[in-house]
Design a protein around this ligand. Structure first.
Ligand SMILES: [Zn+2]
Length: 304
């Protein structure tokens, strides 16, 4: 009896965190997993992110590999239910660690990894990631930082199974330095990474308000039918509106405040933007975003 209990407890312990991933079909051969619009916690296992995969005749192409090795292995299981095909490429949109920590899983399956140059700093530093710190050893599991096979500084196209993937840096700095988008021209599907957010607020901590607005303008110019952001479930042609409105209103209000000589210590009393208070993570991110934008816009004013 005792040994039965031990085996039972051991099975429970060894059972991996279940992400309950359900692939949503967005267009012919394009599928995505939508993460929660919240911060990373042990309860969500870091699944706060959207990741996608495209089925081609020769294999899958994955856009962003998600928060952990375990997440990627569960995503892979779902893909294999759709078709028994290998994952040929994994394209990473930007350097934030909720988007790429499934890389070591796909690498172990023989996929080639493509991403921005800023990702390489993680390989060099080999430091504990934010994800590892919050999730702890057990949930982080077999996750490792692995090198990219191809670094994209400007743009690269890959063709596989008659599908052409255009990978492009739209502006030097927007959400992060070197954000990449992936565009499928014939299907008019654009994977925007964190250049597009909806349902929740973005973070400007590693980016630029002006670069973000510029990138959103360039995304709109594609006139894509489907636009998938890194966070949030809205994926139609209007997916960019929420973030565009948030950032342009912030820019306008901060510039006005600066014209009225309102200093940095007063700015959060002024630019509260209550019309965005209903967005998730407003309480966590808004004040910091205003400060980051204030600094950037002040520098721009000084240059003039
Ligand atoms: Zn993100």
């Amino acid at each position: 009896m005792k040994s039965v209990v031990v085996v039972f407890l051991l099975t429970l312990y060894l059972q991996a965190f279940d992400y309950h991933l359900v692939a949503q079909k967005l267009s012919g051969n394009v599928y995505c997993f939508f993460g929660k619009t919240e911060n990373i916690t042990k309860q969500n296992g870091g699944n706060i992110v959207n990741t996608c995969f495209i089925k081609t005749k020769e294999g899958f192409v994955v856009i962003d590999s998600g928060p952990t090795y375990n997440y990627a292995s569960q995503a892979y299981k779902q893909m294999q239910k759709i078709a028994k095909l290998p994952v040929k490429y994994v394209i990473i949109t930007h350097d934030h660690d909720d988007h790429w920590q499934g890389n070591s899983f796909y690498k172990s399956k023989g996929a080639l990894l493509i991403g921005p140059r800023t990702y390489e700093q993680n390989v060099i530093a080999g430091m504990q990631t934010r994800m590892e710190r919050i999730l702890g050893k057990e949930l982080y599991g077999k996750t490792k930082i692995v090198k990219l096979d191809t670094v994209v500084d400007d743009n690269v196209s890959i063709t596989i199974g008659n599908e052409k993937f255009e990978i492009k840096q739209l502006v030097p700095i927007a959400h992060t330095k070197g954000d990449l988008i992936v565009y499928l021209a014939h299907a008019k599907v654009l994977f925007a990474g964190d250049l597009v957010f909806n349902d929740r607020l973005t973070s400007l901590r590693d980016g630029s308000i002006l670069g973000s607005l510029e990138a959103l303008k360039k995304i709109d110019a594609y006139h894509a039918k489907v636009i998938v952001g890194g966070h949030g479930r809205k994926t139609d042609a209007n997916a960019t509106i929420a973030l565009k409105t948030y950032l342009s209103q912030m820019k306008k209000e901060i510039l006005e405040a600066q014209d009225n000589d309102i200093g940095m210590e007063e700015i959060n009393k002024q630019v509260t933007m209550p019309n965005f208070a209903k967005f998730k993570l407003y309480n966590v991110l808004h004040k910091r975003n205003v400060l980051d934008a204030y600094r950037e816009l002040e520098m721009m004013e000084d240059d003039e």
